[in-house]
Design a protein around this ligand. Structure first.
Ligand SMILES: *Cc1c(COP(=O)(O)O)cnc(C)c1O
Length: 362
């Protein structure tokens, strides 16, 4: 039976590749001849071992990670990483530099402050409602790390290049743009991403950690909040979120085998974003909210002339099979989240709709 699927621009959980969903469906009742669903088999089985190891290996290949890095799967979402990072890396009251680019990075700062860690916010774009990525930041050489949010899901901004922090490792929240472009791992001590935007379903956070960061983890952190626990036990100290990890593995397989890697994915993502930004820039009706040099290729945020039109836009889009276009409740306006799994065809359907909506209402 053919399902009635919409063009899905949800910010997260978000669209997954149709072929991945079909593969899940096809294998759901009998996983690899086990006579059980992936949701029923033991995490200690050889079948699940193969799944988690494959997901780790694909992550390493796709992101071109060298041997210093380990891939971990942790529950609690990206939000739990906000508190784990200071717990694990700011023992003995070391300081760290944080850059505040809105909502999620603000929350990361807050979780360090709750723990009374003497962190410094070295740059912020709060002065312009987070519409840009700060440049020419002076980082502290003695900082334990620099914390950045690579893509600001709600504000619609993204680091197009990461800053030079010298010998200080960058710890980066890549929840909404991991696997959207190739990565130079050399700058990073740790990368984390809630899977539900660009890498899979909700329920698991992908964490990539460099071995020297693991050595910094103090003894007196609770077992489940220590990165070293996950590293020592192949992310299976306790029961991992098996189904979420399985789905992440299928998404990574799709990236490698169907898309053809992150260079290809990045080019496609660029094409999709260009379609939308070109339309917005060429119109007096739509207005982009992020500054030109800071725009996100993943979350395209824009306004219409007034809130009433914005409401009608979101409503009529949905009636035309285009979902998820309402901006985050904290900022209003509209947002098209065009993660890896949003197809060029979906973006074209959106630009067609936007043109016709402007013609009727502009
Ligand atoms: C969605 C999001 C989060 C929060 O993720 P959870 O997994 O829900 O905790 C954190 N950071 C960024 C950049 C996000 O987009």
């Amino acid at each position: 039976m053919k399902a009635n699927r919409i063009h899905n621009f949800n910010p997260g959980p978000a669209a997954l590749p149709l072929s991945v969903l079909e593969e899940i469906q096809e294998n759901f009742l009998d996983f690899k001849g086990s006579g059980m669903s992936i949701t029923e088999i033991s995490h200690r089985s050889k079948q699940f071992d193969a799944v988690i190891n494959d997901a780790m290996a694909r992550t390493k290949r796709l992101l071109n990670l060298d041997d210093r890095f380990q891939v971990l799967f942790i529950q609690g979402g990206a939000s739990m990483q906000f508190c784990m990072i200071p717990m694990n890396f700011l023992a003995d009251d070391k300081s760290a530099d944080y850059v505040d680019t809105g909502t999620w990075s603000t929350k990361a700062v807050k979780e360090a402050q709750i723990q009374d860690k003497p962190i410094k916010v070295v740059a912020s774009s709060a002065d312009k409602n987070y519409a840009y990525i700060p440049r020419d930041i002076r980082f502290n050489e003695e900082a334990a790390f620099v914390h950045l949010t690579s893509n600001n899901t709600i504000k619609g901004t993204q680091w197009s290049n990461f800053p030079d922090t010298g010998a200080v490792p960058i710890l980066c929240d890549m929840s909404s743009d991991i696997m959207s472009r190739p990565l130079d791992c050399n700058k990073f001590g740790l990368i984390y991403a809630g899977a539900q935007k660009n890498a899979g379903p909700a329920g698991v956070c992908l964490v990539i950690i460099r071995d020297d960061m693991l050595e910094r983890v103090p003894e007196n952190v609770p077992t489940m909040l220590k990165y070293s626990t996950y590293a020592a036990k192949n992310s299976m100290y306790n029961t991992p979120p098996c189904f979420a990890i399985y789905t992440v593995d299928l998404v990574l397989k799709w990236l490698e085998e169907t898309i053809g890697g992150l260079d290809k994915m990045a080019a496609l993502n660029r094409d999709k974003a260009d379609l939308l930004y070109d339309l917005i820039d060429g119109s007096d009706f739509y207005r982009a909210t992020a500054q030109n040099d800071s725009r996100s290729l993943m979350n395209v945020t824009f306004r219409l002339p007034d809130e009433n039109l914005e409401q009608q836009f979101v409503q009529q889009a949905l009636e035309n099979g285009l979902g998820g276009l309402k901006g985050h409740r904290s900022v209003g306006g509209c947002r098209a989240s065009i993660y890896n799994a949003a197809s060029l065809e979906s973006v074209k359907a959106l630009t067609d709709f936007m043109m016709s909506f402007e013609n009727k209402n502009g």
